[in-house]
Write a protein that binds this ligand. Sequence first.
Ligand code: GDP
Ligand code: MG
Length: 457
Amino acid sequence: LRETEMLLRSPICCILGHVDAGKTKLLDCIRCSNIQEGEAGGITQQIGATYFPIENIKARTMVLKADATIKVPGLLVIDTPGHEAFANLRSRGSSLCDVAVLVVDIMHGLEPQTLESLNLLRSRNVDFIVALNKVDRLYGWKKCPNAPIFNALKQQPDFVKTEFNTRVSQIITQFMEQGINTALYYKNKSLSDTFSIVPTSAISGEGLPDLLLLLVQRAHKTMQERLTYTDQVQCTVLEVKVIEGLGTTIDVVLVNGILHEGDQIVVCGLQGPIVTNIRALLTPHPMKELRVKGSYQHHKEIKAAQGVKISAQGLEHTIAGTALCVVRNSDDIEALKEAIMHDMNDIKDRINKTGVGVFVQASTLGSLEALTEFLKSPEVNIPVRDFSIGPVHKKDVMKASIMLDKKQEYATILAFDVKVMQDARQLADELGIKIFEADVIYHLFDKFKGYVAALRE
Ligand code: GDP
Ligand code: MG
């Protein structure tokens, strides 16, 4: 039809890993050093994502003298690090993220959230690269800013090399215990079954060229099929936000296809499907230094892959982490509504049919899914009676209170990464409902377990 059909869209990359492994810093490092070198050329900040054009990546990876036959137009890196964004970027249980970076702190090895991330990546079948971060913290490390890791390692005294090798083999063993083969990327001879490790420093930039090159190469080699641009809209809601002057907006990642101003769309709502029209397609202004309120660039249309803010009427109850679809002339709108609610129904299937269990609450469908998946696992095995998405309100406390007469330990709300409203907290205190809050899933489990143990004493 059009030349666009021949093009590859940009691969979408997520960053996951344990808290403090350096996810945010690594993202900053990819972004900033570009700007510092005066090569900002084309890097654009999008809604919830940053776009790196291929010219930029080529410039940064030049030191590696790599073959530059990379055909993808660029790389779209999702700015919200952590498995929440990753969990949200999905449609019908499979991931819309093309490649991921699993960040591991070389001084700590695999940690609980690394394992959570690993499980998510495996369950969604996503290719990933391990960034073995904080190499500069090895005792005696000589900084080689932004150098390829192989060159940086050559500069190190023998005792640093020895410590590096010891730690790397320990971490490879830890991965093996999880049933995952890994190898340093320059020693990896079997890309089909062995994941690559790139040692990095998000502070001094060693290994960053390697990481960038590997990301686009992975995308290019293994995902040509998936990355072919199509007109079929694939779009997922990352966040729901109230913006002054715009009302409730949704921040989406457009993975494939085109969105137009005025398009009729269907999104998943807490009370059912929402059908509305796109009032505005917004991105931040390019080169915007100051975060001026309400200062967005309007677009008539936007082509994948991009992060976009959508303003439209009636988005108040949209659930983050669900798909968005566009209604075209020939489409059966009832069928679309049903399809869009599908994800929500999957979660409902996870609820304990006997009506006994805890109340769970999370910020998005993706994180709710991750939480219920975790609670269901045999090692954890905590039944869920009901759930909600968004801040904890009085009505949620009321629902949880049903368990008071049945099983006290389940008269509990496990709140993952959400706010608890003051009046809800008050009511919970009055009724004797425990609310456990955490932004790390396994912390919720620890808190709950501790509480149950105390109750039984
Ligand atoms: P996140 O929780 O995974 O996003 O981790 P952050 O990016 O917030 O980093 C956590 C802490 O580790 C911060 O104090 C960072 O400055 C520090 N950090 C991150 N990456 C590196 C690194 O490569 N080297 C060193 N020395 N510190 C790092
Ligand atoms: Mg962070």
